[in-house]
Ligand binder design. Structure first.
Ligand code: 5GP
Ligand code: MG
Length: 179
């Protein structure tokens, strides 16, 4: 795999984003909601870097999509989510690609009447947005490549890699041959 961002660069980018979030919400209580499953690694790091009183929750969004397949139906499960009504909510996700996932999750969350809702993502893919929305906070802009690691998966694997890497055709062959 081709490493795009190593552990240290990831930490630096996430720490910078944490400082921006602190500045934006200074003096307020934050409700941070992570989108399962891709945001779990970012969430674990980010919530420990933000020095603000906060509540933490999750929401689940799943679309059946791999490196080569098209975006499938998006399922949003808010059953597990904490109460966000009247709260200042920061939605956290791994990557903003076309933007359809994040905007649909936000639409769903608005039904619960938060006071405000903004979003923070680890990655934004350059030149891919198909929606009229930009995440409030993002740590890195990356080229249009399929990436894994630091929470991002290919067929539910590689989320545990401590770096961010682009999957190349030879990696797909190795993946297919895994026991
Ligand atoms: P969007 O709806 O913005 O096009 O896609 C967002 C979702 O697609 C992300 O939450 C993520 O699950 C998946 N996705 C988009 N690009 C990538 C990528 O490069 N690598 C991985 N692992 N997932 C991606
Ligand atoms: Mg995701």
């Amino acid at each position: 795999m081709k490493i795009l961002l190593d552990k240290e660069s990831l930490h630096q980018g996430v720490a910078d984003m944490a400082r921006q979030i602190e500045a934006a919400y200074e003096g307020r209580q934050l409700t941070i909601v992570g989108v399962l499953t891709g945001s779990v690694v970012l969430m674990a790091d980010l919530i420990r870097l933000i020095q603000l009183p906060m509540r933490v929750g999750v929401i689940q969004a799943s679309s059946y999509r791999g490196a080569t397949t098209e975006r499938g139906d998006l399922l949003i499960n808010s059953e597990l989510m904490i109460d966000i009504s009247g709260r200042d909510v920061l939605l956290v996700d791994d990557i903003f690609d076309t933007g359809h996932t994040l905007t649909r999750v936000i639409e769903k969350m608005r039904e619960f009447k938060p006071h405000s809702i903004r979003s923070a993502v680890l990655l934004k893919k350059k030149g891919r947005a198909e929606v009229d929305y930009v995440p409030g906070f993002s740590a890195f802009d990356i080229p249009d490549e399929f990436v894994v690691g630091y929470g991002l998966d290919y067929e539910d694997m590689y989320r545990n890699l401590p770096y961010l890497a682009a999957l190349e055709p030879s990696d797909l062959e190795k993946h297919a041959a895994l026991p």
